[in-house]
Design a protein around this ligand. Structure first.
Ligand code: SF4
Length: 342
């Protein structure tokens, strides 16, 4: 049954094609209709007390209780050269509301898939059983993984549903900025996540087109519309820059990046190196990664050119530096999304 009360037949729902679904499952994704879920590298490490994701260090997010998933696992409007995911199979077509699963259905199926993935870790005595038990009930949702989540037409209902769950403390959403109307809907329908990320990988039109390889003709305008919305959204906002050597790390790009950061007024800017993993290894070289020293140098250059931003923290192992906005200052640690977003 859909939200509108109409029955949607299973065979009318958008489904990830069986051959692709098989490949995803081999790569240890959980798949349900058009959605995907995964246990990330850091979640698995946290089961053994071997480390936490940088979001734990930066914002206080519990790594083992984080559920990373996407309601649009194989849909995206871009074909970014640095994407780790199997974007060769992405569909750029719209996800029509009458052909998508409802939020509760997605969550029910993905929770089952995630549970199956977690069960495999109980057999290894090096994993902390209490942590595994706790991980079965997520407190944090990272809506990112593969594909572009803002293409899912019921995203406001999905976020509201997640917020309504007792255990939920926070929800992070990552967007490529191609659906500004959806960001507006999230604001209008009181469905903003706890923290909204905008991928910001190009300082100018030419590198935007080369790095993101967008499918929409007006992709640059769409991305800029989203950028301009950030300063007035009633939630925590982050610009995420993935630096790719010789593509967007040149020192002459600094003034343009600074002016974008100052225009959007995000609370944080995460600057991280491209990682040579997954499917991106078919498109980029190992040498396109930056050393931590280079990420720090780029970040220092930004703060030297902007009075608004200061360096807040870094994670050596993830090759990432986070900047904080001095003028739009908020506590770095997330409390709970139940009462207010900020
Ligand atoms: S926007 Fe994200 S999911 Fe889409 S191609 Fe780029 S990196 Fe991959």
């Amino acid at each position: 049954m859909s939200c509108s009360g109409e029955t949607i037949e299973e065979d009318e729902l958008i489904q990830i094609r069986p051959a692709i679904s098989d490949q995803l499952k081999k790569a240890k994704y959980g798949v349900a209709d058009h959605s995907t879920v995964e246990l990330c590298h850091w979640t698995k490490k946290s089961f053994k007390h071997e480390g936490n994701c940088y979001k734990h260090k930066f914002y206080g997010i519990s790594t083992h209780q984080c559920m990373e998933f996407s309601p649009a696992g194989m849909h995206c409007e871009n074909r970014c050269i640095y994407c780790w995911r199997p974007m060769e199979f992405y569909d750029s077509l719209k996800m029509e509301p009458e052909h998508v699963s409802d939020p509760e259905e997605i969550l029910r199926k993905l929770m089952d898939e995630r549970k199956k993935l977690i069960m495999g870790y109980y057999g290894d005595s090096r994993n902390d059983k209490q942590r595994l038990d706790e991980s079965l009930l997520p407190t944090h949702y990272a809506i990112s993984l593969s594909g572009e989540p803002t293409m899912y037409p019921k995203l406001p209902e999905l976020i509201k549903y997640l917020k309504s769950l007792n255990a939920t403390k926070s929800i992070f959403l990552v967007t490529n900025g191609q659906e500004p109307d959806m960001i507006q809907r999230l604001q209008d329908e009181d469905a903003l996540p706890t923290q909204l990320y905008l991928s910001t990988n190009a300082a100018d039109y030419e590198s935007f087109m080369r790095i993101n390889q967008p499918r929409y003709d007006d992709s640059w305008e769409r991305w800029n519309r989203t950028l301009d919305m950030l300063r007035s959204l009633d939630t925590r906002t982050v610009l995420r820059v993935t630096l790719i050597k010789n593509h967007n790390d040149q020192v002459e790009m600094t003034p343009n990046f600074v002016s974008m950061f100052e225009r959007a007024e995000p609370h944080f800017v995460e600057i991280k190196s491209y990682m040579h993993i997954g499917r991106s290894t078919n498109r980029l070289e190992y040498s396109n990664m930056l050393e931590m020293d280079e990420v720090k140098k780029f970040s220092q250059n930004i703060v030297d050119n902007s009075k608004k931003f200061m360096i807040m923290d870094e994670s050596f192992v993830s090759r990432i530096v986070v900047l904080q906005n001095r003028e739009r200052f908020i506590d770095r640690f997330v409390s709970s999304c139940a009462s207010t977003n900020l």
